[in-house]
Design a binder for this molecule. Structure first.
Ligand code: ADP
Ligand code: MG
Length: 387
């Protein structure tokens, strides 16, 4: 995937050249999993996989959305009429964003838009947020309204589009990192007040590998909703508004006092432990201690696997294959779980060897490929210079 090819495809689809283009990255969460809906902390980076959108303004109020991941079929959306969910469903992310921008008072114009992406769809690297954010930027650019919506508001608007138009009850992390990510930095996001703090993640000796199980999860599915409910029930049993307010000793005490039963206790222990690990991870990053950072990642995986029970065989197999390899600092599943991707933090000199060992172990066990790529922390979404 590259911009020049997208420009060529735009020309053949719409019969005129693209006037501009934007990019919006996918993301991985380094640590802080299933903490967002507990008012906790997450620590994502924007990655090198991204969604591009080329556009040209139209003189009417019709937006044509098309995606190379959806056979470049043109989907018209009339900005002058009420915008509602419709077929094809992939375009609902775009409809939701257009509706949100109009509701925010932005004077949008018509546009022809073509997307292309190398973020795997449904792979847990947040192709959905990349699509929403690319849509928002492209509509703002076409309308000559760059910067009309502040970054934090834009993230909320894209999140709302996913809630209302795609029916996915996602947190604010994916949209925030896609918009506010910085090159060479991870972003600590406090999901209570949505404050962000950027922390260096640019060890020249380190490499972050992303391994895709290619097992596709459905985040709107039952297990995710059930975990959310269990957390809210746990918080209520502990007299807290959210599990964020509860630390590990308090969770232990609640078990001893019979306020939590054993299964409830495991869920609460994951959340309280994960929030503590995430804050510790930021501290050790500040000290440049990547080995310790890796150990915290691994502890996060063990907790997600055993206490929160959201891992799966394929994710565990990747982590188990990676951990014994010299030069691996840590490994964990990332994202909601039940499939998607695992991440491995390692010494850069070992990247190829680690990749080979994981892929061999994965193929031997599951009889298929496990794509792996390395990524730095990249910048958040923005306009691209045309070639
Ligand atoms: P994830 O965000 O982990 O990739 P989701 O299930 O949240 O998984 O979002 C995936 C959905 O987003 C796809 O099924 C598709 O509807 C939509 N989508 C994302 N990127 C694109 C794209 N480039 N073209 C068309 N649809 C896309
Ligand atoms: Mg998504």
């Amino acid at each position: 995937m590259n911009l020049r090819a997208l420009q060529r495809d735009f020309q053949s689809l719409y019969g005129r050249p693209a006037a501009g283009a934007v990019r919006a990255p996918g993301r991985v969460n380094l640590i802080g999993e299933h903490t967002d809906y507990n008012d906790g902390f997450v620590l994502p980076i924007a990655i090198s996989r991204q969604t591009l959108a080329a556009y040209a303004r139209r003189d009417d109020r019709i937006v044509h959305f098309a995606s190379k991941q959806a056979e470049s079929q043109i989907v018209p959306v009339d900005l002058a009429a009420p915008i509602a969910r419709a077929e094809p469903t992939w375009a609902n992310y775009c409809r939701g964003v257009a509706a949100g921008l109009l509701a925010a008072g932005v004077e949008l114009t018509g546009a022809d838009v073509l997307f292309d992406s190398d973020v795997p769809l449904g792979g847990g690297l947040s192709s959905s947020a990349a699509l929403e954010v690319a849509t928002a930027l492209v509509l703002l650019e076409a309308a000559g309204a760059r910067g009309a919506v502040a970054a934090a508001d834009l993230a909320r608007l894209c999140q709302k589009a996913e809630h209302d138009f795609a029916g996915a009850p996602c947190g604010i992390m994916d949209q925030s990192i896609a918009i506010m990510g910085q090159a060479g930095r991870a972003m600590l996001l406090d999901c209570r007040g949505n404050e962000v703090r950027h922390v260096p993640f640019d060890d020249p000796d380190g490499v972050l590998l992303v391994a895709d199980t290619q097992v596709r999860h459905a985040i709107s599915g039952g297990a995710y909703a059930l975990r959310r409910q269990q957390c809210h029930a746990d918080a209520a049993a502990l007299g807290a508004k959210a599990l964020r307010e509860v630390d590990l000793p308090a969770v232990q005490a609640a078990l001893a006092e019979g306020k939590l039963d054993a299964p409830q206790f495991k869920r609460a222990r994951h959340v309280a432990g994960e929030i503590a690990r995430t804050l510790q991870a930021v501290q050790v990053l500040g000290e440049g201690d990547h080995k310790r950072f890796g150990q915290l990642m691994t502890a996060s995986h063990v907790s997600l696997r055993d206490d929160y029970e959201v891992s799966c065989e394929e994710l565990d197999a990747i982590v188990d294959a990676a951990l014994p390899v010299p030069g691996v600092h840590g490994a964990r599943m990332t994202g909601g779980g039940f499939g998607g991707c695992a991440i491995i933090l390692a010494h850069v000199s070992q990247a190829e060897r680690i990749t080979r060992i994981i892929q061999e172990a994965f193929a031997a066990r599951f009889g298929r490929r496990c794509p792996i790529f390395a990524t730095p922390a990249t910048a958040g979404a923005g306009p691209l210079a045309m070639e």
